[in-house]
Design a protein around this ligand. Sequence first.
Ligand SMILES: NC(=O)c1ccc[n+]([C@@H]2O[C@H](COP(=O)([O-])OP(=O)(O)OC[C@H]3O[C@@H](n4cnc5c(N)ncnc54)[C@H](OP(=O)(O)O)[C@@H]3O)[C@@H](O)[C@H]2O)c1
Length: 246
Amino acid sequence: MRIGIIGAGAMAAALGGGWAAAGHEVRIGARSAEAGRELAARIGAAPGGPRQPVRRSTEVPGIGSAATPVVSAGDIVSAITDADAVLLAVPVDALTAVLGEHRDALAGKVLIDCTNAFLPDAAAPEGVTAFVLSEDAVAERIAATVPKAHVVKAFNLLAAEVWAGPDRVFDGERLAVPLCGDDVDALRTVASLAEDLALQPFPAGGLHRAKYLEATSVFTVGLWFAGANARAMLPPLSAAFAVADA
Ligand SMILES: NC(=O)c1ccc[n+]([C@@H]2O[C@H](COP(=O)([O-])OP(=O)(O)OC[C@H]3O[C@@H](n4cnc5c(N)ncnc54)[C@H](OP(=O)(O)O)[C@@H]3O)[C@@H](O)[C@H]2O)c1
């Protein structure tokens, strides 16, 4: 698959690196040509990857010639143009400018939104790092701004270092990625991209539910920054409703 990434920071490196290692063709679209080239070189030089491009059966053979590098960089337009899926990996306060400029190019694309609208929580006790959201429904705003793109919220819950990690199996279970979106084909595409990272995709409802993923992220990260083991607050599925229905 051809994956375009807008941004050349931590999330672009983590997810783009994983997809390149899985054999996808990754194009970094950065506003700084130097940052884009540096990231493409870093991902391309990572141990074990990238492999030769994986093509899905729906892709037209021959597009992206054998000479096309598996990881490349260019401007944002070049990352969007031929992409089967585009990862939006920029800060929330850049969205208005980026989406406004590229609205037409993004029409019809699978648009993966991993953003979080974190702001420092001014009410947190001194010495405690905590966050609040600067807005409540970023994915829905993205969809309203680029109504012809197929937005899927994914990968916003955890730190880039986790997505980049070599082993995401905890207590014997593959790490799950909840996905929220309205387009069935786009959800299928992002689910397959999660599986290519050795993760477990969870369908988590329509895009109107993405705001709950955004709230879960800010709440959970706050617990972790406070030193609390957020994982401990949830029972296993078998005990989720305590007493089985008669
Ligand atoms: N890092 C994490 O652990 C993590 C986890 C989950 C979700 N997220 C979310 O993922 C998104 C990306 O985070 P990140 O950690 O990858 O950020 P980052 O490391 O700061 O990288 C952000 C990238 O966006 C680019 N950018 C900023 N403003 C731009 C604009 N107006 N136009 C074009 N490009 C612009 C930056 O370019 P310059 O270098 O030129 O500024 C940089 O390449 C954020 O929304 C964040 O909340 C991050």
